[in-house]
Design a protein around this ligand. Structure first.
Ligand code: SOE
Length: 415
């Protein structure tokens, strides 16, 4: 694994757990973790359960006993690491969004296609696909339970940077993160809605905004909260664990923090057409005061509607318009039965699961695909398609919301 912050910890938790929960054709061994800071990565290896650590990701690629490289770094290093790992015959799991630009994503998808011909697998980590209720939503759509899909309504809302004093962490810098709320959380709802509906976004009209254009430079991260020089941890809006820090910047005079420009969007809102005829709306924001990690998707079809809310991730709301009128109404399905996706390995019905389980499911599917020689999804080509949507949203916003077609990618978004 490369990276050991928020996503590194989430993935490590999943790698630790997956062998013990699922009966898989191969077992994961957590061989080597990489990070730039020797002291921090040593601690991370110990805490997260890795056999050894290194400060150079090339060590992972050089080792013959390493089969899989899991990339959990900021987006600016995804392409370089993934391309080297694929060229060396390593199977690659890469965090979302796949890359910072369409051209990088294209290169990665092309390399993945070449590697695939040699039996080398790759997958992008859109973990919310693997929440059982989301997988079930997809099955319901595929089984025709919703009829013809007319509307998709998707929001992903956070509030961790509402405070203008929150520091300029890497997620707020275009060169590191590619984009802001759009690529970080908007990418999730783009992937999720395309996965569930089986339809792709064919065009968009967008607005984006950066509400706070300049922020104090961070002095570091305590691990639980980013800090600004001359100030305590910036945690007035809850913990900012994992949102990371930028190394190497200090204050001007030790009291008043130096500031820097925010180079990404704080929020992105767009309307879209899906290629199966549905109309869709998307909202991704880090300024939705009170909303911590609120992902919600509603789908309306000719025969019914279905609603998923991450804050109630064990549930699905379903409206079945084929029932007698007197019996119609939204019903709550508790997605914890053994027959529900992924659930048979967990607890008895009603014993709910959480955020981290989606990553365990991700590792389960990835290991199974690698061990059986199947192609895991979402592929790099699927993730390139998401990148093309992100790019179209940015271009539309730059052109005063003008309608912007999404260039078709190579592959389908099939699971
Ligand atoms: C931060 O905004 C973040 O951690 C994203 O990077 C994750 O992908 C999302 O799952 C939660 O929010």
């Amino acid at each position: 694994m490369v990276g050991y912050a928020f996503m590194g910890a989430a993935h490590s938790q999943a790698w630790r757990t997956v062998n013990r929960v699922y009966d898989l054709p191969a077992r994961a061994r957590m061989a080597l973790i990489c990070g730039r800071d020797a002291g921090k990565v040593a601690d991370a290896a110990d805490r997260l359960g890795w056999d050894a650590y290194t400060t150079d990701w090339r060590d992972l690629i050089a080792r013959d006993d390493i089969d899989v490289v899991d990339i959990c770094t900021p987006g600016d290093s995804h392409a370089e690491i993934a391309l080297a790992a694929l060229a060396a015959g390593k199977h690659v799991l890469c965090e979302k969004p796949l890359a910072n630009t369409v051209s990088e994503a294209r290169e990665m998808a092309a390399a993945a296609a070449v590697a695939q011909a040699a039996g080398v697998r790759s997958m992008c980590g859109f973990n919310y696909r693997r929440v059982p209720a989301v997988t079930m939503m997809r099955q319901m759509v595929a089984d025709g339970r919703l009829g013809v899909i007319r509307h998709v309504r998707a929001t992903y809302l956070q509030d961790w940077i509402v405070d203008p004093q929150f520091p300029l962490v890497w997620r707020l810098q275009r060169d590191k993160a590619g984009s802001g709320a759009l690529g970080d959380i908007g990418a999730h709802i783009i992937d999720l809605t395309q996965f569930v509906t089986g339809q792709r976004i064919s065009g968009v009209s967008a607005v984006t905004e950066t509400f706070v254009k300049e922020r104090p430079l961070p002095s570091g991260s305590s691990g639980l909260a980013a800090t600004v020089d001359g100030a305590g941890p910036v945690d007035g809006h809850g913990s900012v664990d994992g949102h990371g820090s930028v190394d190497g910047h200090g204050s001007v005079d030790g009291h008043r923090p130096a500031t820097g420009l925010v180079t990404v969007d704080d929020a992105a809102v767009f309307v879209a057409r899906l290629d199966g005829g549905a109309l869709a709306t998307y909202e991704a924001s880090r300024f939705a005061t009170g909303r911590k990690n609120a992902l919600r998707v509603e789908i309306n079809g000719s025969l019914g509607s279905v609603v998923f809310d991450l804050e109630r991730l064990n549930e699905l709301e379903f409206y079945d318009a084929t029932l007698p009128t007197a019996e119609q109404g939204f019903s709550r399905i508790l997605v914890t039965e053994g027959e529900h996706p992924y659930m048979s390995a967990w607890w008895p019905p009603g014993h709910i699961i959480g955020y981290e389980h989606s990553f365990t499911h991700e590792m389960r599917d990835f290991i199974e695909a690698v061990a059986t020689g199947a192609d895991p999804t979402p592929s790099f080509a699927d993730a390139l398609q998401v990148q093309l949507v992100l790019d179209a949203v940015t271009r539309s916003a730059d052109l005063g919301s003008s309608w912007t077609d999404v260039e078709p990618a190579l592959a389908t978004v099939a699971a």
